[in-house]
Design a protein around this ligand. Structure first.
Ligand code: BMP
Length: 479
């Protein structure tokens, strides 16, 4: 048997090759005709794919950090998957019967458990979420707690939101959009099939959710322009480059690599770089900074085609920021394509930074809103920030924001405070999901730090964020 590769892309191709994923016309249980069909039962015949499934599911479990006592696979396809994970990682397993026995114990749940135990549900494919919910109900009837479920493939038809409403957080290893974009990129699917499948997903959601396009995006007053259109129409060359990168790499993800070690920064940039449009730094966090670091970062930016954003948040009078941007030991203007500034000192800050950055083709973002709780960047302050940006479009390329602030297509909205697991940290950071950042907050670029860099598998996490952010963008176009 062929030796199958281990990354997510190889995995998707493997599923396609063993016909666990098929494209054509298929009648579903519901009677609906679908252009795509998943038959993951077939994986039991391919031990190497089974192994990959178990390993990828385990990575996702580790990344979520969820705690549980036992694992229960939704019958039947997920049973062998749950078995592999339990055996490999030494967790007890529970089995849910499809029907109660009519003799003996009449139990619906087999295996040892105690009241109050927490059980993680494992499923192969989620469409509406009903199978996961049925399994959860059987467990809950036995007073076993269920708060999390892991699915190999989310068809993105509303199951995740439906489960969330029932108190179950669903994490997926891959999504249908990721399958489509991967197979299309590798020339295994033509664009007709991809378009037909994307349309099908949007038209057949189980939560009554309308595609997140400009009809439902109340914060946006203008038609959403595609990255490709913006790459041509935007006036600032740096913004055109950014949108070209985003269109080419199908990524609206900026990774924020906030660490103290130069080698960690560079290794992470090398690993995640192929999947992001921007690498964001806080260069003054490095304990071992030398100018070699920024040279190497520039080399990686060329190699992986991303822009560098130094999140310096300048905030002083013009004269001071001029020197801080150009000089000191970091010489930010010499290597960072993008930097940012607080508007608090007034427009002199922009003029001063522009004097340094404009001749070098650099761009600046105005910090118009912040993600941290209780921050003061609201109301008239934010309005003032917008005015400052709009009046300086030769150097200001957009905002750090938490909502859509300008209808002007030239101004890019970049949104931090993004994590798949909503919530926050103990120091005031507040998170929303990539989906919410794009569809509700109007982000063009989502900025993710610890969601990626703090994950057990940063590359896997980056792919998950990339897919989530990009599919929300495609939805916003009505695709
Ligand atoms: P994380 O996803 O790990 O919380 O990191 C977010 C990054 O974005 C940090 O580098 C932080 O400095 C930056 N950031 C933010 O979180 N909120 C803002 O409003 C502005 C930021 O630049």
């Amino acid at each position: 048997m062929a030796n199958r590769g281990g990354n997510l892309e190889d995995f998707i191709v493997n599923l396609f090759e063993i016909e666990a994923i098929k494209f054509g016309t298929f009648k579903l249980k519901s009677g609906i005709e679908s252009p795509v069909y998943f038959d993951l039962r077939v994986i039991v015949s391919f031990p190497d794919v089974m192994n990959q499934v178990a390993a990828l599911m385990w990575n996702t479990i580790e990344r979520t950090g969820c705690k549980f006592k036992s694992i229960c696979g939704v019958p039947y396809t997920a049973l062998p998957i749950a078995t592999c994970i339990c055996v490999q990682h030494n967790y007890p397993m529970l089995i849910r019967r499809k029907e109660a026995k009519d003799y003996g114990t009449r139990r619906m749940i087999e295996g040892r458990y105690e009241e109050g135990d927490v059980c993680l549900i494992v499923e192969d494919v989620v469409t509406s979420g009903s199978s996961v919910h049925e399994t959860a109900e059987s467990l809950q009837n036995e007073k076993i707690q269920v708060t999390n479920a892991i699915v190999l493939l989310d068809r993105e038809q509303g199951g995740k939101a439906a489960l969330e409403r029932k108190g179950i957080k669903l994490y997926s290893v891959i999504t249908l959009s990721q399958v489509l974009s991967t197979l299309q990129r590798l020339n295994k699917l033509d664009s007709d099939i991809v378009d037909r499948t994307n349309r099908f997903i949007q038209d057949n959601r189980f939560d009554g959710h309308v595609a997140v396009n400009n009809k439902s995006n109340s914060s946006s007053t203008t038609k959403v322009m595609s990255h490709k259109e913006r790459a041509v129409k935007c006036s600032h060359p740096l913004v055109r480059s950014l949108y070209t990168i985003m269109a080419d790499k199908e990524s609206n993800l900026c990774v924020s690599i906030d660490c103290a070690s130069s080698s960690e920064l560079l290794q992470m940039a090398d690993k995640i770089g192929p999947h992001v449009c921007i690498v964001k730094t806080h260069i003054d966090m490095l304990e071992d900074f030398t100018s070699d670091v920024t040279k190497e970062l520039q080399r990686l930016a060329d190699k992986h085609n991303f822009l560098i954003f130094e999140d310096r948040k300048f905030g002083d009078i013009g004269k001071t920021v001029h020197t801080q941007y150009e000089g000191g030991m970091y010489k930010i203007s010499s290597w960072a394509h993008i930097t940012n500034a607080h508007p608090v000192p007034g427009s002199g800050i922009v003029s001063a930074l522009a004097e340094v950055g404009k001749p070098l083709g650099r761009g600046c973002l105005i910090v118009a809103e912040m993600s941290s709780s209780g921050n003061l960047a609201t109301g008239d302050y934010t309005k003032g920030a917008v005015k400052m940006a709009e009046a300086n479009k030769d150097f200001v390329i957009g905002y750090i924001s938490q909502s859509r602030l300008s209808a002007d297509h030239d101004l890019v909205h970049m949104t931090p405070g993004v994590k798949i697991q909503m919530g926050g940290d103990s120091l005031g950071q507040q998170y929303v999901t990539p989906q919410i950042a794009v569809s509700e907050k109007g982000a063009d670029v989502v900025i993710v730090g610890r969601g990626i860099t703090g994950a057990a598998d940063p590359l896997g996490a980056a792919l998950e964020y990339k897919q989530a952010g990009y599919s929300a963008y495609l939805n916003s176009l009505g695709h």
